[in-house]
Design a binder for this molecule. Structure first.
Ligand code: TXE
Length: 499
């Protein structure tokens, strides 16, 4: 079995405890690698290394242009190893090779884009209301950062944080999910080391959330925590980080409405509903898990939806023809089956799936059949709580007003979809829906250029786009008095009279 080491201060190392834990292939259920089980001692080393690298040595001395060049080199190396990195991800999280390979091939763009932005970070000169003053702002990196990331898109979600953070001049400690540590450790060897990123700039500690995540989040030398994961864990991370006034960005869960109006193009909208919930086996924060369908097309829509969903080819995620793979983790598998029982108990009607998929059905360990419930009322738990699996709740609505009311009657606000041919309807809905993203006649599209993040319990801050760099910067105001001579009462600064 492959045995990984972790990477702290530019050196490969075992955990201080000497312990390792197994990482398993969700398709076979078999362990395939051993990962260091880090604890507070490793967190301490990694945070100190990141703090040292931030304050002294080659990193703070590097020009922004050189940082940009380094980011672009990392992008080239990711492109070179995209296939290998995707295969490792599939082995660890069971998502489809078609999706993970598309992600690792696309990922270099983040490093190119933020590499390009690194030397375009500028402050302003500001005309203040005091005579004889020259005032300007500097944009400075916030400091050493901690990233805590989940198992569903491991390298992609690291990249959304890492590329803007490095462009800004920060250093980082990354804690990947205990279920999917391998691809990041491969990335450290094939990309970070190979590109020549100075020691201490990017550190990794592997292990379990409460054991190694909490010491990172509370470490006094860390200035910012960027977290992607479940809402309950996000709340805990936010509370812990607040004690030492760290900046925090959170990308949390969702229960996104995907809204089908009667003037949608039916075939396209059905495909949008399918990929919204069954792609990635429903294990995405933006899953369109509440399908709102207008009453007048409801029956026709559901009939077509069930027909297409029933044709899904379940199987080995390493094969390009597979359409639905396994669930990534055993607890997640149990959680999904639990929600299917909850939905049945609440009186929702199961029109497709509704349980584990057997080997004869292309399934096996940790497979859940694509499942569709109709007759769902927005007050039910199956409509309000994140399942994070291939389970769709269909909710009927009468008109635009009711669609808006149902869409917004939820604690979350991450994604949303609107399917219509009317420009008036599309723009009106985009304005009324309380969510960080509204997709019209498309779903699940993301780009390095477009801000991404949540309203309400779906998170704080934005990733992607030029805006994301702001999350890794702080503003310093510089006041220069260039008047000749002082004079006046020294106890009352004349320029401070209206401060
Ligand atoms: O996530 P956790 P889990 C949702 C989804 C899923 C649920 C639970 O609904 O069913 O969350 O999944 C680290 N201090 N999402 O349990 O716990 C943990 O080690 C510091 C949505 O896998 O949030 C991992 O690295 N860190 C989501 C990371 O937090 C802690 C993606 C995420 O794990 C910690 C994944 C602690 N006390 C799940 N406890 C999305 N937004 O895409 C755990 N961690």
């Amino acid at each position: 079995m492959k045995r990984y080491q972790t990477y702290i201060d530019g050196k490969w190392t075992d955990a201080a405890s000497g312990k390792v834990f197994e990482t398993s292939d969700p398709y076979t259920g078999e362990p395939w690698a051993l990962v260091p089980e880090c604890d507070a001692r490793d967190a301490e080393l990694a945070c100190n290394a990141a703090a040292r690298a931030f304050e002294s040595g080659p990193w703070p001395a590097m020009t922004a242009t050189a940082r940009g060049r380094l980011l672009r080199k990392m992008g080239d190396l990711i492109a070179k190893h995209a296939k290998h990195l995707a295969e490792i991800e599939v082995r660890d999280n069971g998502k489809l090779i078609s999706e993970m390979y598309a992600q690792t091939q696309y990922l270099p763009e983040w490093y190119y884009y933020y590499g390009g932005l690194a030397d375009k970070i500028t402050g302003q000169t500001i005309p203040v209301d005091k005579p004889d003053h020259f005032c300007y702002t500097l944009k400075e990196p916030v400091g050493p950062c901690v990233f805590i990331t989940p198992w569903n898109s491991p390298l992609m979600l690291v990249g959304w944080k890492l590329a803007p953070a490095l462009a800004a001049g920060c250093t980082v400690v990354i804690k990947p999910s205990e279920f999917t540590s391998a691809s990041l450790l491969e990335f450290m060897k094939l990309v970070v080391e190979e590109a020549g990123v100075p020691p201490g700039v990017i550190n990794v500690v592997t292990g379990f959330g409460a054991v190694v995540g909490e010491p990172l989040v509370t470490h006094p030398k860390i200035a910012k925590v960027a977290f992607t994961g479940g809402t309950a864990t996000g709340a805990r991370v936010n509370e812990l980080a607040a004690r030492t006034f760290k900046k925090v960005s959170l990308e949390l869960g969702g229960k996104s409405p995907n809204i089908m109006f009667d003037d949608c193009i039916l075939d396209e909208a059905v495909n949008g509903a399918i990929s919204g919930i069954f792609a990635a086996t429903g294990q995405t924060c933006i899953a369109g898990s509440r399908l709102l369908v207008q009453e007048s097309i409801h029956d026709k829509f559901v009939e077509k939806l069930v027909e297409v969903a029933a044709s899904a080819k379940l199987g080995n995620p390493q094969l390009f023809e597979t359409q639905v793979g396994p669930v990534t983790t055993p607890p997640q598998y149990q959680k999904i089956l639990g929600y299917i029982d909850i939905a049945k108990g609440e009186g929702a009607k199961c029109v497709l799936g509704g349980g584990p998929a057997t080997a004869a059905e292309g399934g096996g360990k940790y497979f859940v059949k694509p499942t569709i419930f109709t007759g769902v009322n927005n007050k039910m738990r199956i409509a309000q709580e994140e399942v994070f699996g291939p389970v769709l709740s269909v909710i009927k609505f009468k008109d635009e007003a009711e669609a808006i009311q149902i869409a917004n009657d939820i604690a979350y606000g991450l994604g949303s979809g609107v399917w219509t041919q009317s420009v008036r309807r599309a723009t009106m809905m985009a304005q009324k829906i309380k969510a960080g993203t509204v997709w019209v006649n498309t779903y699940r599209a993301v780009s390095f250029t477009m801000p991404f993040g949540g309203y309400k319990a779906s998170g704080l801050g934005r990733e992607n786009g030029a805006e994301a760099i702001e999350g890794y910067l702080q503003t310093k105001s510089v006041w220069i008095n260039n008047a000749v001579g002082g004079g006046g009462n020294p106890f009352v600064m004349k320029t401070a009279s209206n401060s």
